[in-house]
Design a protein around this ligand. Structure first.
Ligand code: SF4
Length: 419
């Protein structure tokens, strides 16, 4: 696996230089001129911790949560005050976790703090656990300014909820709440690739979602992180590939619009993606930031996070200062997630031609049937999306797994070198 990622990285970046993340960091981030900037806020608390979940999360504790929010507001101030006299225009804001709705009354405060420095133009999204989808909570979030919600259902089937350590759950309260409180996007997340999961099982989930308030769904493959728990056998790659094709065929047949590798919407307008931003600022423990010149990730350790910001320092644990080629690869990898690569957008971002930099790779991808050209854009085919998944899985296990594993063990590691 590491050989594959090493060869691919060296080929695409035209260099044997590894990704070298260091513990030196910029205390002032230069994003004033950055276009298409998004915001992300991480709330790391959950009622209980699911075995399969790789994210940075902690059991909810009222005092811990209170002190976290104060530190978070401080971090927003530290980053936000460099925006300048005028508010910085940003596209969207996403709250992820953890279970952000556990702190629903605080969401308004966090947004007020962000609104001091940023002007959000394309809406505010939040991830919800099904437990939190009640009329009362939805009204609080709507009142705070949330316009899109994404509910981590994972499955409606009792058998799979048991497998994922979720237990039984009565969804009628959630369905009633969704019928009574309107949001522009209601997305539901599902996992595929679980044992014996057939297309009939997935179809049942999709039908139930769209019949009960969702206008958008995200169907993610199960990824087996080395540091998470799993008490079942994984599906083989061949089985996963077959299932992915069946899901795409089913959704196409129903006229659902595929708007990214894993997402489909019932209405074209409905979108929910915290992943396809060209640039973003992340706040909170474990949050990442992606700018033109760097990628950085905050510490996973709550105490270190609080200490850093209370002393007026950013809580960055590791930073990668990009070479130009590395930045191009980050750009293409995350843009491809939206199933389209627009050469004009690439030129706007880098001031260079996409074809001149990656003409051979684009030609090869077309010959192999991974991409086709449509209206001067490169569009990923179903076959391409399967191989994208395949490579994303390698990438996730070779890069993200290693980084998160390290950051879960060490608050501020000296460095991380990924070859
Ligand atoms: S899956 Fe959701 S609820 Fe479960 S531990 Fe992860 S963030 Fe928390």
């Amino acid at each position: 696996m590491s050989v594959l990622t090493t060869v691919t990285r060296a080929w695409l970046t035209r260099s044997f230089k590894p990704f070298h993340f260091t513990n030196t960091y910029d205390n002032t981030l230069d994003y004033r001129e950055t276009k298409k900037l998004g915001l992300y806020v991480h709330i790391p608390f959950c009622r209980s911790l699911c075995d399969f979940c790789p994210y940075c999360k902690f059991l909810y504790d009222e005092n811990l949560a209170k002190s976290y929010i104060e530190a978070l507001l401080k971090e927003i101030e530290l980053v936000g005050k460099t925006a300048g006299a005028e508010k910085k225009k940003v596209t969207s804001l996403y709250f992820g976790g953890g279970t952000p709705a556990l702190l629903a009354p605080e969401i308004k405060r966090i947004m007020e703090q962000l609104n001091r420095y940023f002007s959000i133009t394309e809406g505010v999204g939040i991830e919800l656990h099904p437990y939190d989808v009640t009329e009362e909570k939805l009204s609080v979030l709507k009142d705070a300014g949330v316009t899109k919600i994404s509910i981590g259902v994972q499955s409606f089937q009792a058998e799979y909820l048991q497998l994922l350590g979720r237990g039984n759950f009565d969804y009628s309260i959630m369905f009633r709440a969704l019928a009574n409180v309107y949001f522009e996007t209601v997305s539901m997340d599902f996992i595929f690739g679980l044992p014996n999961q057939t297309i009939e099982v997935v179809k049942k989930d999709i039908k139930t979602a769209f019949a009960n308030g969702a206008n958008h769904i995200a169907i993610y493959p199960f990824i087996d992180f080395t540091f998470t728990g799993r008490n079942f056998n994984k599906m083989t790659n061949k089985e996963k590939k077959k299932l992915l094709y069946e899901i795409v065929d089913y959704c196409n047949g129903k006229g659902y619009l595929r708007n990214s590798v894993w997402t489909f919407s019932k209405q074209g307008r409905a979108k929910y993606s915290s992943m396809t931003r060209e640039n973003y600022l992340g706040f909170g423990c474990s949050a990442t930031t992606l700018l033109e010149d760097q990628f950085k990730i905050n510490t996973f350790d709550l105490q270190t996070y609080r200490q850093r910001v209370n002393y007026g320092n950013l809580p960055t644990a590791l930073t990668l200062h990009f070479t130009r080629r590395q930045r191009m690869i980050y750009y293409l990898f995350w843009t491809a997630y939206s199933l389209r690569i627009d050469p004009q957008e690439f030129r706007l971002y880098f001031g260079e031609s996409l074809e001149q930099n990656y003409g051979f790779e684009l030609w090869l991808a077309r010959v192999l049937g991974f991409l086709r050209k449509e209206n001067n854009q490169y569009v990923m085919t179903t076959k391409g999306s399967y191989y994208y998944y395949y490579y994303e899985n390698f990438y996730t296990l070779s890069y993200i797994d290693r980084m998160w594993h390290l950051l879960k063990k060490e608050a501020l590691p000296a460095e991380l070198i990924i070859r």
